[in-house]
Ligand binder design. Structure first.
Ligand SMILES: Nc1ncnc2c1ncn2[C@@H]1O[C@H](COP(=O)(O)OP(=O)(O)OP(=O)(O)O)[C@@H](O)[C@H]1O
Ligand code: NI
Length: 314
């Protein structure tokens, strides 16, 4: 359904440049939820934003992003406008995304009026349905309130409601549970579970491995602008292939709380060879010199030299 091929995104910073996304390929199938995880600054949000060309003008994007065989990156802005929100929805991080001077109901109604051409009355009825669906109740009262009258979790659920109001086929959400306490998090996760039942495809960007475990079908691990592993959820949480994936799991509180040694690499001067090699417990000589390609291991993809000749040695 969504097929990202060799996508690179480069920011110009004076004389230097930052490759926030470096030659990423990733496929997301129909009815599939892929969770994109990785440390802060690894390029997750930039990757998500570039799919719908939501980035500032001064970036250089190369590669292709096919959605049902159309390359989104080469579409004229007019056509992209019709795709954004209607076919592919972007659900941003809370706080700044809601307009403080417009009622939440009106904000949710907006894509219904713009994309689905519903009249105001029908749009409003659908807003009430959506608020009820995401347990923002009493819906009639909540619809007429402003964002500051909502709690953090409710705001996030309202953003999700807004994102799916025009019934898109595909959802991209950036950190939907960030900064929420456990109860609010639970409610947002329930909202995404409900979306999943509607047979939508989703790309969920998150630090929250619990969220990934509950709603992901596949996990895609990003590090220093690259995807290092793509595998199904069970593989990731039981026997991940990449040393970085293993390290991320071992850093979880209920799995040892072992910090990953060293520091995230500089995006301006990334390490040679495999970007993770300076922090890797399994580093081979070749890892320092040469960037690994993707190796296919069963139904997973992994960018690590340890899986070179995997077939022969197994
Ligand atoms: N507008 C920008 N101008 C210059 N560099 C940027 C810009 N936006 C992002 N970057 C760079 O791109 C890199 C990736 O940023 P991105 O926000 O995608 O990371 P992330 O994985 O989403 O992190 P987090 O988990 O903290 O949200 C960062 O190192 C950042 O320095
Ligand atoms: Ni981000």
């Amino acid at each position: 359904m969504l097929d990202i091929r060799n996508l690179s995104v480069e920011f110009k910073l004076g004389k230097k440049s930052v490759k926030a996304v470096n030659n990423v390929s990733l496929k997301i199938n129909e009815n599939e939820t892929v969770c994109l995880i990785g440390e802060s600054g690894s390029g997750k949000s930039v990757l998500g934003l570039s799919i719908l060309k939501l980035l500032p003008e001064n970036v250089k994007i190369s590669g292709e992003v096919y959605y049902k065989n159309k390359n989104l990156l080469s579409l004229p802005e007019k056509e992209l406008k019709n795709i954004r929100g209607k076919i592919i929805a972007w659900i941003p991080q809370t706080s700044s995304a809601l307009n403080p001077v417009i009622t939440v109901g009106e904000q949710i109604a907006e894509p219904l009026i713009y994309h689905l051409k519903l009249d105001k009355k029908r749009a409003w009825r659908r807003v009430i349905d959506l608020l009820n669906f995401f347990s923002i109740i009493p819906a009639e009262k909540r619809a007429k309130q402003y964002p500051h009258q909502y709690s953090g979790g409710m705001k996030q659920r309202a953003l999700v409601a807004m994102g799916i109001s025009a019934e898109p086929e595909f959802i991209i959400a950036d950190e939907p549970t960030k900064g929420l306490d456990i109860v609010k998090k639970f409610n947002v996760i329930e909202a995404f579970k409900k979306i999943k039942k509607k047979k939508l495809s989703q790309l969920i960007i998150t630090h929250d491995l619990h969220l990934a475990e509950v709603i992901g079908d596949k996990i895609s691990v990003m590090y220093c602008g690259q995807v290092l592993e793509v595998c199904n959820k069970n593989r990731f949480f039981n026997e991940p292939l990449h040393p970085y994936s293993k390290a991320l799991l071992e850093a979880l509180p209920d799995r040892g709380l072992k910090p990953i040694r060293g520091f995230p690499p500089s995006m301006v001067n990334p390490p040679s060879g495999c970007k993770f090699h300076p922090r890797c417990d399994y580093c081979l000589d070749i890892c320092k010199r040469k960037e690994p390609p993707f190796f296919k291991v069963e139904d997973s993809l992994v960018r690590c030299w340890r899986y070179d000749n995997w077939k022969e040695s197994n």
